[in-house]
Design a protein around this ligand. Structure first.
Ligand code: RB5
Length: 153
């Protein structure tokens, strides 16, 4: 698995923590920046990672900004991206099991480092459950492609 990772200035410290975790887990990554504490615009970095996930250049993504909200908004604009902003491990686990989330978003100014490590560890080690959840992801794809949803009850 190759993970694309990116952040803005508010997520830089958390990105360093996540890079250390990826090394611990033996997961390969591509770092899309930012690389300094100079103020930048989160969409510029959100788009690099989201585009890489959308095009299949990386298998999953990890995005960090101050709250995680801006990065989530950006990421979920891209075809095939299912970004999950997580503040605790339960949501991270469920976002993999039920939603097959492919980008994890963290809030560098919201979540402590220890908790963030646990959230990310769970997210990277949980597989999609498939089954009834696949049908729901198909419906998301239909929405993405602008096809009309038929109500089947
Ligand atoms: C940067 O100040 C901050 O707005 C950004 O990191 C993020 O929280 C936006 O959603």
């Amino acid at each position: 698995m190759i993970v694309g990772i990116g952040c803005d200035h508010a997520g830089l410290e958390m990105k360093e923590e996540m890079l250390a975790l990826l090394k611990d887990l033996g997961i390969e990554y591509k770092d899309f920046g930012t690389f300094s504490e100079q103020s930048v615009d989160y969409p510029d970095f959100g788009l690099r990672v989201s585009e890489a996930v959308s095009k299949g250049e990386v298998n999953r993504g990890l995005l960090i900004c101050g709250t995680g909200i801006g990065m989530s908004i950006v990421a979920n604009k891209f075809n095939g991206v299912r970004a999950a902003l997580c503040h605790e491990p339960y949501s991270a686990r469920m976002s993999r099991l039920h939603n097959d989330s492919n980008i994890l978003v963290l809030g560098g100014r919201v979540t402590g480092k220890g908790l963030a490590r646990e959230i990310a560890r769970v997210w990277f080690t949980t597989d999609f459950e498939g089954g009834r959840h696949s049908k729901r992801l198909d419906k998301i794809k239909e929405i993405e492609e602008g096809r009309c949803l038929k109500e089947k009850g």
